[in-house]
Design a protein around this ligand. Structure first.
Ligand code: NAD
Ligand code: DAU
Length: 351
């Protein structure tokens, strides 16, 4: 058995990753370290707990806890997801982004380095830092981000992820720690917290609430189905080279307003509502400060060197996503009601 340490495995991508590993890697066990912030939901993985998945309720800024985890387990690799991830929240309150994304990543690196130097990790140990395309800033109408695009972050969120990326790279160059970085475009799919565009719009259409579109809706994002991202991360973990960076993207550029239109029309169809019902809810609102115009990923390196490419196109991925939300409205209610947080504090102790 190989033991991997996943951080943030109760968040959107982390939950999908944990589930993917359980399905596809029978010889892996996972330690899932998550602080269960508002974005983390133990209920999303509670059916897996015990056996090959072990949940640890804790904070990545807690160096003593990290040391204990590395001391007590021979870790084959770290998949570091834990972060504050929402751009709008970073504008309202940047401090938590510095604490978790910068200090937390530094603590993870330091704990990993100490265990690695002392020979307490498994042979072939890797530290995979999961980052974002937002570190590159905004594109104009043309071009795409490559691994050598200059860092130019616009929001406190992307600045904190950029700082973390620099630390990860520095720990490789200075100490030789076998780190790798992935910079991925916008993910969508099951278990995404309904503050992000796609689940928020689905949730509001269902509840006949206004659909807030920032600015004129012409900003472009490059969308990737979350399970494809998880497979890309597994590919990098198993085949990538230490010190390298890999861009990951779906090659599915869409304007925000196009996404909102697609969601309105598909949800109307699913609910047998008259066509146009959803679109009537569209409300243009003030733009996000520092709003990046366009992201697009050049994923040719990971395709060429590691043979990864997305398996699910937007049409199929968005249909699966809508169906998942329609069938799991109790999940949305539970994570927004905070019931799970009370339950976890009773069972695992509060932070
Ligand atoms: P998320 O906000 O849904 O989940 C974050 C998880 O981290 C939650 O479970 C939360 O409880 C946990 N967490 C937060 N602070 C913590 C701390 N101090 N200690 C331990 N756990 C903590 O985020 P996500 O969308 O799943 O993103 C995961 C990672 O992927 C992030 O690093 C993000 O920057 C990156 N990323 C996300 C996307 C995207 O589209 N969602 C795209 C590219 C990269
Ligand atoms: O590109 C990768 C990034 O994608 C990740 O690093 C982030 O963690 C993730 O949150 C996401 O960031 P975005 O800011 O692109 O995602 P969000 O869903 O917040 O917004 C997508 C686009 O939709 C963006 O242009 C802002 C716009 N938007 C968003 C919301 C929440 C709206 O127009 N209305 C909204 O209500």
């Amino acid at each position: 058995m190989h033991t991997y340490l996943v951080t943030g495995g109760c968040g959107f991508i982390g939950v999908n990753f944990v589930r993917r590993v359980m399905e596809t890697r029978p010889d892996w066990r996972l330690i899932n370290l998550d602080a269960l912030t508002y974005a983390g939901n133990f209920g999303s993985i509670s059916d897996l707990d015990g056996g090959r998945h072990r949940f640890v309720h804790g904070d990545i800024t807690d160096g003593d806890l990290l040391k204990r985890i590395f001391d007590e387990n021979e870790i084959s690799g770290v998949i570091h997801f834990a972060a504050e991830s929402h751009v709008d929240r970073s504008i309202l309150g940047p401090a938590a982004f510095v604490d978790t994304n910068v200090t937390g990543t530094f603590k993870m690196l330091q704990a990993g380095l100490e265990a690695w130097k002392a020979g307490r990790v498994a042979p072939g140990f890797r530290f995979l830092h999961v980052s974002t395309d937002e570190v590159y800033g905004s594109l104009g109408a043309e071009g795409s981000f490559t691994e050598t695009t200059r860092y130019d972050p616009s929001s406190p969120y992307s600045a904190s992820k950029a700082a973390a990326d620099h630390f990860v790279r520095a720990y490789h160059r200075t100490f030789g720690l076998p780190t790798m970085i992935t910079n991925c475009s916008n993910n969508y799919g099951p278990y995404q917290f309904p503050e992000k565009l796609i689940p928020l719009i689905i949730f509001n259409i269902l509840n006949e609430k206004p659909l807030p579109v920032y600015g004129d809706g012409s900003n472009v994002r490059d969308w990737l189905y979350v399970v494809d991202h998880c497979d890309a991360l597994l590919t990098v973990l198993e085949k990538g080279s230490p010190g390298e960076t890999y861009n990951i993207g779906g090659g599915e550029e869409k304007k925000n307003i196009e996404i909102v239109h697609i969601l309105c029309d598909l949800v109307d169809q699913r609910l047998n509502r008259p066509s146009g019902t959803g679109r009537k809810l569209i409300t243009f609102v003030a733009d996000r400060p520092g709003h990046d115009l366009r992201y697009a990923i050049d994923a040719s390196k990971i395709e060429r060197e590691l043979s990864w490419r997305p398996g699910v196109d937007f049409e199929e991925g968005i249909a699966r996503t809508i169906d998942w939300y329609l069938n799991n409205m109790d999940w949305v209610e539970s994570i927004t009601s905070g019931e799970y947080h009370g339950w976890v504090n009773e069972n695992y102790g509060s932070r």
